[in-house]
Design a protein around this ligand. Structure first.
Ligand code: HEM
Length: 256
């Protein structure tokens, strides 16, 4: 009513079009690109002249006396409760990931980017979540930006690079996703939960069927990142698991 979200507020439309129903209909049938930060409005020609005139009358009536709110020209969703909710899963275009990126806010201070195209964790950061405005305001060609500091970047799938992968979707439990994918002959699930206040995350894997021989997973060595595992033997960033232990195991990524 009083502020721009996708299109201008009804109060602004009233200010621009009061007494000009013909211009209102003309715009609605053939809108143009006008506001630099808005998307292009699709034509409403299918509504028809009569419908558009009825909408015009309605807008002029409901917006009468409504004051336009002064607005920060940034992300219109920033103030919404949905945007601020934690945890949060957001399908959005992210830097350094395939177009099938999924941004996950584990809590207020720990976030990560999981790539459903490559079926792997790309990076994790601490601080905030994302700023989606560069993406939302455009036509999908821009990327969201990371809010905070990237602390861990995974160079390749821990199960090995160059293997055939297939994303099988994710389920949500306690508002957090469990990613499922196939890599080689195995189905893997991967789930993340936050450690306290920007200090990293737990990462639980489940592998089926369990491998015939011991299995080694390679994570990525990085300053300020310490890895521990509840099963197997960890040597630096290399984890070796007995076949039975691969069924489910949890790593802790402590980030400095
Ligand atoms: C019957 C339905 C609609 C009517 C009557 C309508 C009417 C209008 C009017 C009068 C304006 C202001 C034009 C100006 O500034 O001179 C406007 C702008 C806009 N509308 Fe709509 N609209 C409708 C549906 C939609 C829909 C479905 C969308 C988006 C999916 C949309 C998105 C926009 C945007 C983004 C602008 C700003 C465009 C720019 O400044 O470049 N509108 N609309």
């Amino acid at each position: 009513m009083d502020q721009m979200v996708v299109g201008p507020s009804l109060a602004e439309i009233r200010r621009l079009y009061l007494g000009k129903p013909d211009d209102f209909v003309k715009w609605s049938v053939a809108p143009k690109k006008k506001r630099p930060h808005a998307i292009e409005m699709p034509s409403m020609v299918h509504v028809g002249d009569e419908g558009l005139r009825a909408i015009y009358e309605h807008v002029m009536k409901v917006a009468e006396g409504v004051k336009e709110k002064k607005q920060d020209p940034g992300d219109p969703y920033k103030a919404s409760a949905v945007y601020a909710a934690r945890p949060q899963v957001q399908r959005i275009f992210m830097p350094n990931a395939s177009p099938a990126a999924i941004a996950v806010a584990l809590d207020a201070t720990n976030s990560l980017c999981w790539d459903a195209g490559a079926c792997r964790l790309r990076y994790a950061w601490t601080g905030g979540f994302i700023d989606g405005f560069p993406y939302w305001r455009g036509n999908g060609s821009s990327l969201a930006t990371v809010v905070g500091t990237v602390k861990y970047t995974e160079a390749q799938s821990p199960f090995g690079a160059g293997k055939e992968v297939k994303f099988l979707g994710y389920t949500i439990k306690d508002k957090l996703p469990t990613f499922r994918y196939q890599i080689g002959a195995q189905t893997v699930t991967e789930r993340f939960t936050a450690l306290k206040e920007g200090t990293g995350f737990h990462r639980t894997f489940a592998v089926t069927p369990t491998p015939a021989a011991p299995m080694t997973l390679e994570f990525t060595a990085q300053d300020g990142v310490t890895l521990t595992s509840d099963k197997g033997t960890m040597k630096g960033t290399s984890l070796t698991l007995a076949p039975a232990d691969a069924a489910t195991f949890t790593l802790t990524f402590s980030l400095k």
